[in-house]
Design a protein around this ligand. Structure first.
Ligand code: FES
Ligand code: FES
Length: 153
């Protein structure tokens, strides 16, 4: 099937099969490798992307459903001249170690702040509860997200 959608602000199109996942399409056709395949079954969040502002697991989301939608990957967050506040705070708080979870974490945080610019600690924890990190112990990540809202240090 043929899909047309907006990807990081640009109109794109692709021919996809009924089984193609959004993750495979983004990585293999568009060379956007920020979203990672970790578990492949919806448990780790390494593949998180935003579809119409909502965080979804790219490993489970079928590419055919992207038609007409607005997709954001980590490559579309911030830019070379100016990092997104979330990226800046992740760096400042040591919220990135191996980095495998980081694109997904950033996008789950982004989805949260889009709908709730001043979340509580608990709301941040819920928002990233589908994103596994083996390195940081989560505390720096939660602090970084709160700092990006102007709360916390
Ligand atoms: S790779 Fe998609 S949730 Fe783990
Ligand atoms: S920084 Fe390594 S998995 Fe999160």
């Amino acid at each position: 099937m043929f899909v047309e959608f907006t990807l990081n602000g640009e109109k794109v199109s692709a021919e996809v099969s009924g089984e193609t996942t959004a993750l495979a399409l983004l990585r293999e056709k568009f060379d956007l490798t920020g979203a990672k395949e970790g578990c492949g079954v919806g448990e780790c969040g390494a593949c998180t992307i935003l579809v119409d502002g909502v965080a979804v697991n790219g490993c489970l989301y079928l590419a055919g459903k992207l038609d007409g939608r607005n997709v954001l990957t980590v490559e579309g967050v911030g830019g070379e001249e100016a990092l997104d506040p979330l990226q800046q705070k992740f760096m400042e708080h040591g919220a990135v170690q191996c980095g495998y979870c980081t694109p997904g974490m950033l996008l789950s945080a982004k989805a949260l702040l889009l709908k709730n610019p001043k979340p509580t600690v608990d709301e941040v924890k819920v928002a990233i509860s589908g994103n596994l990190c083996r390195c940081t112990g989560y505390t720096p990540i939660v602090k970084a997200i709160l700092a990006a809202t102007g709360e916390g240090k």
